[in-house]
Design a protein around this ligand. Structure first.
Ligand code: BJW
Ligand code: ZN
Length: 267
């Protein structure tokens, strides 16, 4: 083991309140595309365009097809060694009376499927819906979510979506009938206040922080690890490349996180 990794592991061993921040890079080796890499396109659309309230307003069926494609994919892939290492680490440290909190920008549910318990999904979940009329949020693991979206996962579809709005998912609660949307935080939308407060609390109180597989360009998530570092706390970044935030951190472990994170958390 190199001396830099050993030095980080020594610090991690003395930590009692550990914050782990994750982004789409942690699921890349499971086969889930990241947002800003080559995989960040669906059909001819940029994923970051489809993840907006404007796109949903203009073409709800197109956006639902994009999310149904991703629900289908996320339900078929498996958590990888990095998700598993985090889950085992949480289990071990919790049994020692320590605290591990995972704050993820991911919506794929892979951390939970690996067994992680103390997790905040900052940007929502592919497997929850929200009613555009009554705001009711529900868990929904059905794939396809409705018969009209059954073909959404097929790659050879063309770019125009023909699904009539009445065939998209609708709210069943108290015969509300409102159009459902994915329970996802899109650009320009506010994050859940309660989750933000709980995350802020960890940012202020953690004594070691890991930041894994995120480009650190989307706010407010991008400011958490730099804020931890500003308090003089050890932050270790795990990424395939340097990011917008690398210079703020004490450690940067470059490489696939299934390798680097697995080694770092084996203490
Ligand atoms: C590996 C790897 C391997 C690959 N191993 N590593 C302040 C300044 C400027 C702008 C703003 C600001 N505050 C707010 C904004 C506006 C906006 C924003 O941040 N814009 C920026 C792009 C500039 N933020 C918002 O709108 C947020 N809302 C908000 O703040 O409300 C109040 C407000 C509004 C407007 C103005 C001001 C205040 C909401 C953000 C919601 C983000 N939503 C999305 C889509 C929904 C989720 C979904 O559909 O799945 O969330 S966008 C998309 O980006 C997604 C991701 O969670 C998020 C982060 O991306 P991530 O995970 O970092 O992925 P990539 O692809 O960027 O990076 C992958 C990384 O992994 C790379 O570094 C690879 O190298 C690495 N990697 N394989 C290790 N094997
Ligand atoms: Zn409703």
């Amino acid at each position: 083991m190199n001396t830099v990794m050993k030095s980080f592991k020594d610090t991690l061993s003395s930590g009692k309140n550990i914050l782990i921040l994750t982004g789409s890079g942690i699921s890349a080796e499971s086969g889930v595309p990241t947002f800003r890499g080559a995989g960040g396109f669906w059909r001819t659309y940029q994923a970051t365009y489809l993840a907006t309230p404007q796109a949903f307003k203009a073409n709800p069926s197109l956006v639902w097809e994009f999310y149904e494609y991703r629900r289908d994919l996320a339900s078929k892939v498996q958590p990888n060694k990095a998700h598993e290492a985090i889950s085992n680490f949480e289990k071990k440290l919790t049994s020692q009376g320590k605290k591990v909190t995972v704050v993820t920008q991911n919506v794929d549910g892979l951390h939970q499927r690996a067994g992680t318990k103390n997790i905040y999904e900052l940007h929502g979940s592919l497997f929850k819906t929200q009613c555009t009329k009554c705001d009711n949020v529900e868990v929904n693991h059905n794939v396809p979510i409705c018969p009209a979206l059954a073909r959404a996962s097929l790659p050879e579809q063309d770019d125009t979506s023909e699904i009539p709005v009445e065939d998209l998912p609708h709210c069943q609660k108290n015969s509300c009938g409102g159009l459902l949307r994915p329970h996802i935080v899109w650009f320009g939308e506010n994050l859940d206040e309660d989750l933000l407060n709980k995350t802020e609390e960890c940012v202020e109180n953690c004594d070691v922080c890991l930041i894994i597989g995120t480009s650190s360009i989307v706010y407010p998530a991008a400011m958490f690890a730099p804020r931890v570092a500003e308090r003089g706390i050890t932050v270790a970044e795990f990424n395939l490349e340097e990011t917008a935030a690398t210079k703020s951190f004490q450690y940067h472990f470059q490489g696939p996180c299934t390798v680097t994170v697995t080694e770092a958390l084996d203490i």
